[in-house]
Design a protein around this ligand. Structure first.
Ligand code: 5AD
Ligand code: SF4
Length: 408
């Protein structure tokens, strides 16, 4: 989501003549887009700000702007800790960020372009909603990004069409809970249908899904529309009903498993990935083992596992963070090891299969592409291939997060 927001901001600034550079020494303004989901992300941003401030002592003309969730949550604190920050723009004000930065940098609209720089990227992200109303008890998002709001589908469809005109072949629709998208009488499944009708668009992906809102309409459209990729990110968080309840997730493990079964029956080649939190308050060894056993039996296509980190204002922050750090680390490592083992088994089984991949990059006669399930594939090619084309490849070798293939 931050990559998407940064991209949008960058393209608005480009209409005022700004362009992206790769090093501080080439920059007039540094814009740091921040995340507050876990404490570690905030620590990283703080240490980066320290480095940029040091740079500014030698280069006083550079401007520093902090945007995003951490700017929303800790704006005053950031100002106090760092004296040289020029502008702080919270996540709720992200839509006004461009104008504020334009004013700060005295960018002129004399030669303002109607269209942003045409980015001919093959894969583009499109935000379809803002905020979140779910209040999972560990999560800071509703406090920093505000209430859930679906964006107008007409704007979304225009944006997607423009991207496809500019060369995009795959669009990823983004929201904290895309399943609850609703604008007038358009729900998420009907929005996907509309996006899929855009000519020359090859693939659609989306994230993130909330198990409590995943419905048959979406599962059916994934099964029947060839443009919709057969990958779904469905955060489980835990397989213990006691912990799921304390997390305010509003589903049981049994219901989650029911969705997995339905997805697998309806979409035979589906890849399901997930998020897991270990060490939530009062997670016992037994609760953890329930989650570990679920990981073993569901066999996710991939997963992210996080150590619980208390976030201010959330309901879980009032609970005692009683799982010691060492224990959180142990549980984290066990889930990761199990997941890696399963991933290797899954990709090894893909060796010898034919996969449809979309070409994202070509460098030194090597194609970088992705399968419909989202796995990266490198393919050696002798002749010219076109970016954004879908081709069939034969998988010859598999590493944990990487496949190697040959052209058929
Ligand atoms: N501690 C640890 N992990 C968290 N996540 C969200 N909040 C926290 C937290 N306080 C994880 C969840 C979510 C993912 C984006 O980040 O697993 O799905
Ligand atoms: Fe956070 Fe839950 Fe909303 Fe996801 S659904 S952003 S975890 S509150």
């Amino acid at each position: 989501m931050n990559v998407c927001d940064s991209g949008m901001l960058g393209s608005t600034l480009s209409t005022y003549g700004a362009s992206q550079v790769n090093s501080l020494s080439d920059a007039d303004v540094v814009i740091l887009n921040t995340c507050s989901v876990r404490e570690q992300a905030e620590q990283k941003a703080f240490s980066y700000l320290g480095r940029v401030e040091e740079f500014k002592q030698q280069n006083p003309f550079i401007k520093i702007v902090v945007i995003g969730c951490m700017a929303e949550r800790l704006g005053q604190k950031i100002k106090k800790r760092f004296n040289n920050i020029d502008l702080i723009i919270g996540a709720r004000e992200i839509d006004n960020a461009a104008l504020k930065i334009i004013n700060l940098c005295s960018m002129s609209d004399v030669s303002k372009k109607d269209q942003p720089d045409i980015k001919s990227e093959i894969i583009r992200y499109v935000s379809i909603m803002r905020g979140c109303d779910n209040y999972c008890s560990y999560c800071v998002v509703p406090f920093v990004r505000g209430r859930e709001k679906s964006l107008d589908y007409k704007t979304i469809l225009n944006e997607c069409s423009l991207m496809v005109k500019n060369g995009a072949k795959e669009i990823m629709l983004l929201g904290q809970n895309v399943n609850s998208y609703q604008y007038e009488n358009m729900n998420f499944a009907s929005l996907i249908k509309k996006v899929a009708a855009i000519e020359n668009l090859e693939r659609i992906r989306f994230m993130t899904n909330h198990p409590k809102d995943l419905n048959d309409d979406l599962i059916n459209i994934m099964a029947t529309n060839p443009k919709v990729c057969s990958h779904i990110h469905l955060p489980m968080q835990s397989a213990s009903d006691k912990i799921l309840k304390a997390m305010n997730r509003k589903y049981t493990y049994e219901r989650y498993l029911g969705l997995i079964n339905k997805l697998r029956i309806t979409i035979p080649d589906v890849s399901i990935t997930t998020d897991i939190i270990v060490g939530f308050p009062y997670e016992t060894e037994k609760d953890f083992e329930d989650t570990l056993n679920a990981v073993k039996s569901i066999r996710f296509g991939g997963l992210y596992v996080f150590r619980y980190s208390p976030r201010p204002n959330t309901r879980a922050a009032d609970m005692i963070d009683n799982v010691p750090l060492e224990e959180k680390k142990r549980r984290h490592a066990i889930i990761l090891e199990e997941s890696n083992k399963i991933s290797i088994e899954i990709v090894s089984k893909m060796v010898g299969s034919t996969q449809q991949v979309l070409i994202e990059k070509i460098e030194n006669d090597v194609i970088e592409a992705r399968t419909r399930s989202g796995r990266k594939v490198f393919v050696e090619c002798g002749k010219e291939y076109e970016l954004g084309k879908q081709i069939n490849v034969n998988i010859k070798e598999a590493k944990i997060n990487l496949l190697f293939g040959g052209i058929i």
